[in-house]
Design a protein around this ligand. Structure first.
Ligand code: AHR
Length: 663
């Protein structure tokens, strides 16, 4: 009797919530029993995290809010991004000086010579596919400048709209004969997605310029020279358990010379040596000749970002191997020391006291307290014996000195077959805490692999599902979409990750960001342009799991078995010991409604007000976009309960989170 009246109440709630129409009668499934009082394992706080790589203009041109492209004239073509207007054909008015012998990290600067009133003389920066300028926002201009005695050159700065309209102006007059920073602020009168910065020179004489920079003032946490607030907010909105950085293949470099070297990414941004971005030339169908790494977003800023958003930092370091899809260069074993030392020094940089050699650099940069780094990855997607002989050296050196660091090893680029099987065998010789598996596969693979970890060895290392994304077409294709079919398949797969949370300790979708005008890789979790950003359906799937990660794993069984696709249903459940909630995630991959009866097997009292959060679309091809950023986004409704049994109608092709509060 009690159950019947409760079911009526729950059904009424769902009619009100729009999840069930009165006429429809969904087929009933065998009940799902949630074993609330028997927790199976702890859910790691790191369970759902994020993977950051400077791909698709993720850093420069993306989250790093610098608007000037090629600010220090170090691109392969030193004037790339700049257009020059001069009153004479004489090539001596705008010259690039290279002082490589004395300034190896930042060899070039621009020398401007202008000639009294015979103007105009100007240089204009086009930004990264234009500059996103916003009405009412102040823009902070800075430059390193030097001028000889007697020079009277001043700079008129203008923010320009795409159509050439002036959106803000100011004047700066460098005074120093030695290099010194000059700054100015310009307020923008109108929003424009493809703005530019023009510097007009007036007066007579010479002026040397370097690190020409323009940042919005409304960065994340209002940090000068910081990160785009809208993009960081999207990351913070995931409440990620960890932040993996700086990649991905970017760690490896196409060749060793362009590998990621963290020591060159800290300290004064003007002394961080720019290198080519490995995605600049990677894909013939998406060449990006203006893609370089300024390292304005460097290792200090990554640690700071992780701290800001409450994520554990997880740096991945080069292990003496360049990308095996490219040059596959190897550092000889007798020259590996430098690489190992980089790892040891990084631990000191992140965790050492403020008076230690590397900790003091962190302190000087503004963070005397240690960052508390616990995890470190050795190599990215490396494979073969060359990887393991190098991994072994790192493992020994780090374990000897820092036994508490959790080490992450790779398993190659694929989740099965020869290279993967070889890695799994080899790994038996070592003691990584976590191993990184990557899967870029079609949605069917994700559905089928919801059981992937059910039979994994429980007495070995833990799993870091470090890069995954369902592919609607093939990886990197322009037609590869972040559509609902892919997101739903990932959700089904993620119930499998959660169900195996005793062995799966970290997971992250990849890649994270894609600039709509400058991408190389598809699909991506978050898309943006110069002014806007949106989360894909895949983003909302990640968010629904992450915000409801709970603290302990529970069993949810149907006829004694986990739900791994029977009738298109996938499910997992957790207990949250801080909120005393039972949280059940159910994916209905079928194309029709299904009625799902849940029984909470518990001695606890069930509180009457629960919550039902649904992410769904009837259209598998549906995507979010700048125009419709939340076409597919979770909807939350109250769920009325009356005891331990409830009935829920699962809409077709949906992910549902059921939250039940207990006492
Ligand atoms: O996520 C994009 C790329 O995919 C990563 O850089 C690499 O690790 C993988 O191959």
């Amino acid at each position: 009797m009690r159950i019947t009246s409760f079911i009526c109440l729950a059904l009424l709630t769902m009619v009100a919530a729009g999840t069930l129409s009165c006429e429809e009668k969904a087929p009933a499934l065998a009940p799902l029993i949630v074993e609330v009082d028997q927790t199976v394992a702890q859910i790691q706080p790191t369970m759902w995290g994020i993977f950051f790589e400077d791909i698709n203009f993720g850093a420069d041109g993306g989250i790093y809010a610098e608007l000037v492209k090629n600010r220090s004239f170090e691109f392969a073509i030193p004037r790339m991004g700049w257009s020059i207007q001069q009153a004479s054909d004489d090539s001596s008015h705008f010259v690039i000086i290279n002082r490589g012998q004395t300034h190896p990290e930042n060899p070039r600067f621009m020398r401007v010579k202008v000639d009294g009133n015979k103007g105009p003389w100007s240089m204009t920066n086009s930004g990264f596919r234009g500059m996103g300028l916003k009405q009412g926002v102040r823009y902070l201009f800075s430059v390193l400048a030097a001028r000889p005695e007697g020079s009277t050159v001043t700079m008129n700065l203008s923010l320009l709209a795409e159509n050439g309209e002036v959106l803000g102006q100011t004047t700066v007059t460098p005074q120093n004969t030695d290099w010194a920073s000059c700054t100015a602020t310009i307020e923008c009168s109108r929003t424009d997605a493809r703005g530019r910065l023009r510097i007009e020179f007036q007066g007579t004489g010479q002026l040397d310029l370097d690190m020409v920079s323009l940042f919005p003032s409304d960065t994340w946490n209002n940090r000068q020279g910081g990160l785009r607030a809208d993009l960081v907010s999207l990351l913070a909105g995931l409440k990620p358990g960890f932040l993996r950085f700086p990649g991905g293949c970017i760690v490896e470099g196409r060749e060793l010379a362009t590998r990621y070297q963290w020591k060159k990414t800290i300290g004064d941004p003007a002394r961080r040596q720019l290198i080519v971005n490995r995605w600049n030339t990677e894909f013939a169908h998406r060449p990006t000749p203006d893609y370089f790494q300024s390292f304005g977003l460097g290792f200090y800023e990554y640690f700071q970002l992780a701290e800001d958003i409450g994520a554990e930092p997880l740096p991945i370091l080069n292990c003496g191997m360049a990308c095996q899809f490219n040059t596959a260069e190897l550092v000889p074993m007798d020259q590996l020391d430098e690489y190992v030392q980089d790892a040891l020094d990084l631990i000191e940089f992140a965790n050492g006291p403020a008076d230690s050699p590397w900790g003091s650099i962190r302190a000087t940069m503004g963070h005397p307290e240690p960052f508390g780094m616990k995890y470190l990855g050795i190599g990215n997607e490396q494979w073969g014996p060359q990887y393991f002989e190098r991994y072994a050296v790192f493992e020994k050196a780090i374990r000897d000195r820092y036994p508490d660091i959790h080490l992450v090893s790779g398993t190659g680029p694929a989740p099965s077959e020869k290279l993967f099987d070889y890695a799994k065998e080899e790994l038996k010789k070592y003691t990584p805490n976590l191993v990184d598996e990557h899967y870029y596969r079609n949605p069917e693979w994700f559905l089928e692999n919801a059981t992937r970890y059910d039979n994994y060895d429980r007495n070995s290392y833990k799993i870091f599902a470090g890069e995954y994304a369902a592919q609607s077409e093939f990886t990197c294709s322009p037609d590869n979409k972040n559509n609902w079919e892919c997101a739903l398949a990932e959700a089904a797969f993620m119930t499998g990750l959660e169900r195996n949370a005793d062995v799966v300790h970290m997971t992250s979708y990849a890649p994270l960001f894609g600039h709509l005008d400058a991408w190389q890789w598809t699909p991506n979790l978050i898309w943006f342009d110069n002014l806007n950003a949106y989360g894909t359906p895949n983003y909302y799937v990640q968010q629904m799991f992450s915000l409801h990660r709970g603290t302990d794993l529970l069993r949810v069984l149907q006829e004694g078995k986990p739900l791994t696709g029977q009738n298109g249903i996938y499910a997992s459940a957790v207990w949250d010991s801080t909120t005393h909630e039972v949280i059940v995630k159910v994916v209905n991959a079928a194309e029709q409604d299904q009625t799902c009866r849940l029984t909470l097997n518990t001695a606890r009292e069930i509180l009457p007000e629960g919550e039902l959060i649904v992410l769904q679309s009837k259209d598998k091809e549906a995507v979010n976009s700048i125009a419709q950023p939340t076409l597919i986004a979770p909807e939350s409704n109250p769920l009325a309960l009356n005891g331990k049994d409830l009935e829920i109608k699962l809409t077709p092709q949906s992910l549902t989170v059921v939250k039940v509060r207990t006492r």
